[in-house]
Design a protein around this ligand. Structure first.
Ligand SMILES: [Zn+2]
Length: 250
């Protein structure tokens, strides 16, 4: 049941034929783990909290630095030096007191992540490095939890959705089998705030569609966003039967 306060808060969802009261109840039951509270996690967490996703688990282990503020729009200058997850929890609860937010303020190893995956229906990977993405992917494959991955650098964004609850799902490792640490990241290559914000926003959009049962056009696909031309390119990601993470020979 939605309360009167919720009916009012989510009235623009309720007007949508594709969401409506049933979709809003699905959102209320939704349990999403968002890993990384930076430039991707800021819009992703804000939009999912605003949308009424009933249970959000947010994870990060960084303190806020002044150089984060150019793109990590959930935070303010007065927040510098604070723990990002604590700041974000406060921000999300202020935005929407109807939802529950739990924070994880440490770097999770595989076992801890697998424990957390037992309690959610969906993961948003909003981290900023290849090693974390490979680890999160492998855990989601093992736990059969759908995973929406975002990444951005310079003017370029990447968006992927691997529905690990489905047997035919490809995985991040099928696409990037070379698990060596990628040396490019926002810290040494730069990124425009709206580019990373666009990708984080798309992660939230795909999450809302997934939770409410709307079809996704990006499963097993890599979407590349070019911030200079505003064009998206789409590439199919073929499941690699020999993938060491999701394949037959793992
Ligand atoms: Zn794979």
């Amino acid at each position: 049941m939605l309360t009167d306060a919720e009916m009012l808060r989510y009235s623009r969802h309720l007007l949508l034929e594709d969401v409506g009261e049933l979709g809003q109840k699905d959102l209320k039951k939704g349990k999403v783990l968002i890993i990384g509270m930076g430039g991707l996690g800021s819009p992703a967490a804000l939009y999912l909290a605003a949308a009424g996703v009933g249970s959000l688990v947010i994870a990060d282990f960084d303190c806020l630095e002044v150089s984060n503020l150019q793109r990590q729009i959930a935070y303010a200058t007065g927040d510098i030096g604070g723990d990002k997850v604590a700041l974000m929890k406060h921000r999300l609860e202020a935005l929407n007191p109807e939802i529950r937010v739990r924070s994880i303020n440490r770097e999770m190893d595989r076992e801890q992540l697998l424990m957390e995956l037992m309690m959610v229906n969906l993961v948003l990977d909003c981290t900023d490095n290849m090693a974390s993405r490979q680890m999160i992917n492998a855990a989601c494959v093992e736990a059969k939890v759908p995973l929406i991955v975002g990444a951005a650098i310079r003017f370029e964004g990447q968006l992927m959705f691997f529905d690990h609850s489905q047997p035919d799902a490809a995985c991040y490792h099928c696409l990037f089998p070379d698990s060596e640490e990628q040396t490019l990241n926002c810290s040494n290559s730069g990124v425009l705030g709206p580019v990373v914000g666009t990708i984080g926003t798309m992660q939230a959009l795909e999450a809302i569609k997934h939770i409410t049962g709307l079809p996704s056009g990006i499963k097993n696909k890599l979407k590349l966003f070019d911030g200079k031309t505003l064009e998206w390119q789409t590439f199919a990601i073929n499941k690699d039967a020999n993938c060491s993470v999701c394949g037959n020979k793992k």
